[in-house]
Design a protein around this ligand. Structure first.
Ligand code: CA
Length: 236
């Protein structure tokens, strides 16, 4: 991940260097070159700034195109292609948004007090041998976390059960949405195993799906339990 972030930083730096612009009112060369584009009132609606003038700052009256987004700076602004902004979101340092949030799972399971196994153990920050969520045996058992508000999800980091049985996880799908109905959710990504005990599984959500519910489904050819020591959802 560190390498990806490093590559992302270099990419962003290169992008800004290539696209750096000046405010039309302060740099006459830019203003003259783009005279026809400097007056927002003359632009078709589709080319007008996407944010209000009060909030635009140095982006007020910008000359970015419809395929670009204006990023205000102190006295200038930068026009960056939307696609490149998307890349920045994918590579920027994200925030952990799932810890101690509401959780649930498809079926309960009694661990006989030998270990902590409850839905909330999946987001309690504890990655130890006796701590996990644990469903009953099913073809497609699932677990979810409700983040409490909508986020743009960048990645989901799962830590497999630590003291045994890691190969019970053979395929896992991660969906993001506003309900538990998978058909209404967006696929973040999938893991194809089998996993090993204690494995840390990083799934990048390449499309940056938005939602407040993140649902993990274990997909099996025969009924199986589903258990993970911890799930960490990161958002940008
Ligand atoms: Ca845990």
């Amino acid at each position: 991940m560190a390498d990806n972030q490093h590559e992302g930083s270099r990419y962003v730096a290169a992008t800004i260097a290539r696209n750096v612009g000046r405010h039309p009112s302060s740099i006459s060369r830019f203003e003259n070159k783009n005279q026809a584009r400097s007056d927002v009132k003359d632009l078709p609606w589709s080319k007008r700034p996407p944010i209000t003038s009060d909030l635009a700052g140095s982006c007020k009256g910008h000359a970015c195109t419809v395929s670009e987004i204006c990023i205000p700076q102190s006295q200038t602004y930068t026009c960056v292609l939307l696609l490149e902004v998307f890349v920045q979101w994918r590579t920027r340092k994200a925030s952990l948004v799932s810890q101690n949030k509401g959780t649930g799972q498809s079926t309960p399971f009694d661990c006989h007090n030998v270990v902590v196994c409850k839905p909330g153990a999946g987001v309690d920050g504890i990655k130890e041998f006796n701590n996990m969520f644990h469903t009953n045996t099913e073809r497609e058992p699932f677990w979810w976390v409700n983040l409490g508000q909508v986020y743009k999800i960048q990645k989901v980091v799962s830590t497999n059960r630590i003291h045994c049985c890691g190969d019970r996880l053979t395929k896992m799908l991660i969906h993001v949405g506003t309900s538990l109905d998978t058909s209404q959710m967006e696929l973040c990504g999938q893991f194809i195993g089998p996993a090993v005990t204690g494995q840390v599984i990083v799934i990048l959500c390449n499309t940056l799906p938005e939602g407040q519910v993140v649902k993990l489904t274990s997909v099996n050819t025969a009924s199986e339990v589903f258990h993970l020591a911890e799930v960490e959802v990161y958002a940008v």
